[in-house]
Write a protein that binds this ligand. Structure first.
Ligand code: AMP
Length: 186
């Protein structure tokens, strides 16, 4: 049972590392980016609206994403824990997560903050080739990260939840640092 948030800039490897961490712990990954991409693919009303923001590198409004995560974390498979990838991304989202968990008598175990130099991130995102990974949106997404998401590092440090992880290295090395940080490895 783990409740972990993966924090970090786009391209740092939250998706890949998060899946592996979650599989090992037997909990689902809750990726807001994946959920939104599914909604876009299915052309749901949410998907149609979100696509515009996603394609330009902007964030989807807080109230929308908070509602989605609140519902998703109530589903049966998430009652034993989860790895959150890509949420929270703003201070209001982090506040909402704290109060949702508190209402349920729960708390986060840790926030794993992955980092890597910006030129490395841009390179990785352009290699990944997702539809929102064009050079202009990559720049915009890094800027949105710096302005709206990076303040969460201090937010979680103050709550004594933050564990900083170097996101440059092999898959195995980084996973191992993450496991150590949540006390799952000697
Ligand atoms: P990601 O796959 O996490 O990089 O997310 C892709 C895009 O989905 C982002 O650039 C945002 O437009 C949107 N998105 C994902 N998660 C969030 C979130 N927590 N808050 C707002 N927008 C989000």
């Amino acid at each position: 049972m783990i409740r972990v948030v993966l924090l970090g800039p786009p391209g740092v490897g939250k998706g890949t590392q998060g899946q592996r961490l979650a599989a090992g712990a037997g909990v689902p990954v809750i990726s807001t980016g994946e959920m939104l991409r599914e909604a876009v693919a299915k052309q749901t009303p949410l998907g149609i609206k979100a696509k515009v923001q996603m394609d330009s590198g902007h964030l989807v409004p807080d109230d929308v994403i908070i509602g989605i995560v609140r519902e998703r974390t109530l589903q049966a498979d998430a009652l034993r824990g989860f790895v959150l990838d890509g949420f929270p991304r703003t201070v209001p989202q982090a506040d909402a997560l704290e109060s949702t968990l508190q209402e349920r008598g729960l708390a986060l175990d840790a926030v794993l903050s992955l980092s890597a130099p910006e030129d490395e991130l841009a390179k990785r995102m352009l290699l990944r080739g997702r539809s929102d990974d064009t050079s202009e949106t990559v720049r915009k997404r890094l800027e949105v990260y710096r302005e709206q998401t990076a303040p969460l590092i201090e937010y979680y440090r103050r709550l004594d939840r933050l564990r900083e992880i170097n996101g440059v290295g092999s898959m195995d090395e980084i996973q191992s640092l993450m496991l150590t940080a949540i006390g799952r490895k000697a």
